[in-house]
Write a protein that binds this ligand. Structure first.
Ligand SMILES: *[C@@H]1O[C@H](CO)[C@@H](O)[C@H](O)[C@H]1NC(C)=O
Ligand SMILES: *[C@@H]1O[C@H](CO)[C@@H](O)[C@H](O)[C@H]1NC(C)=O
Ligand SMILES: *[C@@H]1O[C@H](CO)[C@@H](O)[C@H](O)[C@H]1NC(C)=O
Length: 365
């Protein structure tokens, strides 16, 4: 969801052009979500996987630090690449640099956090006419790569972040196919810019109200991006205008950049607290809070990124902290894997030095 100049220009253009004549409103507002018991949700994207010297960034503080009640972690960004294989950011997901990360996701799941993937984002290509938005043969070819990654890494859901024009039929096909292949418990979400839910500007081309009408029962929630010029959370106005379009408030998340470094429209945590309190007073329970992204969140920045989740837990869902069990065997395995999880170029130094994450200190069973 990082923003390029090219996209900024597109954004300007869409503000000028955004006024659909016949407003479609979502009518399928029934709560069919398979994770409704996790309301209000606290959702965090995990995209930057390695620090500036190439060491993996541990996600475990999100469960080992106290007073955090994260509900969903979205590992990202998966990209479909025409003529090639699926990547997670710049590398195939099975490369050794991700081995610590995938092992850690197992612990996150054991602690009750839903671990999902996200496909798409700011880098276009995943939803082209010759990939996931293509004719049957192309769709089958590239969808199979995504399906296999979900199976391989035992992802519990998939967030579809369409930031390029995609057809209405194409998005419905993708949602329905994920549901058909992974069954009723699989969590399917989308990540529209917030204005796209309220008849304003959009990046995806298709209509979200129409998608909700066609496939809403298969969509657990929407990670609405209230940033980068697409709405904001300095007041309730943007969220209110979505609810006025008949959306179910429990399906809409207040999506926020976790630091001004990740995009425009960062709102102070005091201000955000106020907005969230007012939203819940007005609309009853809301879908929750989403943050983009983990590694550099305020107030802890890169040295203590989990502090963001502590502050959000205090705002949104205090006293709902999941439990974690780490055995000696698990801690030893993570320590071993860490040495092989350097980003290419950093492998040598990683094999020698001790991990900067003390897995052995986390043993509690
Ligand atoms: C999305 O934005 C494009 C570009 O501004 C516009 O042409 C289109 O009508 C919008 N679609 C919807 C469903 O609002
Ligand atoms: C894609 O993956 C397949 C199976 O792992 C492999 O045989 C093929 O060489 C890969 N293609 C590219 C372009 O990397
Ligand atoms: C949020 O605001 C409420 C009402 O003003 C206040 O009681 C609460 O302590 C605040 N929470 C946080 C985490 O700032």
């Amino acid at each position: 969801m990082k923003f390029t100049l090219f996209e900024a220009l597109g954004l300007l253009a869409s503000f000028v052009a955004a006024a659909p004549p016949v407003p479609a409103k979502p009518t399928a507002v029934s709560q069919t979500s398979n994770d409704a018991h996790l309301l209000p949700r606290l959702v965090l994207y995990y995209q930057t996987t390695h620090d500036s010297v190439g060491r993996p960034i541990s996600m475990l503080p999100l469960i080992t630090e106290k007073h955090i009640a994260l509900t969903h972690l979205l590992v990202c960004s998966f990209h479909i690449n025409r003529g090639s294989n699926l990547t997670l950011n710049d590398y195939p997901p099975h490369f050794p640099l991700f081995s610590t990360m995938w092992e850690e996701t197992k612990l996150m799941k054991e602690a009750g956090v839903k671990v999902m993937g996200m496909v798409g984002g700011a880098a276009a290509g995943s939803f082209d006419r010759d990939t996931l938005d293509g004719p049957e043969a192309a769709f089958e070819h590239y969808y199979a790569q995504l399906r296999d990654a979900i199976t391989m890494y035992e992802l519990e859901g998939m967030d579809i972040d369409v930031e390029q024009p995609m057809s209405q039929k194409g998005i419905t096909r993708l949602v329905r196919r994920l549901r058909a292949d992974f069954g009723p418990d699989f969590i399917i979400t989308l990540a529209p810019v917030s204005t796209a839910l309220a008849m304003g500007g959009n990046l995806s081309g298709f209509s979200y109200p129409q998608l909700e009408n066609e496939a809403g029962k298969d969509i657990a929630f929407y990670n609405a991006q209230f940033y980068n010029g697409w709405g904001d959370l300095s007041s309730t106005a943007g969220f209110d205008s979505i609810i006025r379009q008949s959306w179910d408030p429990t399906k809409i998340l207040a999506g926020q950049v976790t630091t001004p470094a990740n995009g425009g429209g960062f709102v102070s945590h005091n201000r955000l607290n106020q907005t969230i309190n007012e939203l819940r007073a007005k609309h009853g329970e809301i879908g929750g809070i989403m943050g983009w992204e983990y590694f550099n969140s305020k107030p802890g920045d890169t040295s203590q990124p989990w502090l963001w989740a502590q502050v959000m837990t205090a705002i949104l869902r205090p006293n709902l902290v999941p439990q974690l069990t780490i055995t000696r065997a698990t801690a030893e395995k993570l320590t071993r894997l860490w040495h092989y999880s350097g980003r290419p170029g950093a492998e040598i130094s990683m094999m020698m030095g001790p991990p900067n994450v003390d897995y052995m200190a986390m043993i509690n069973a």
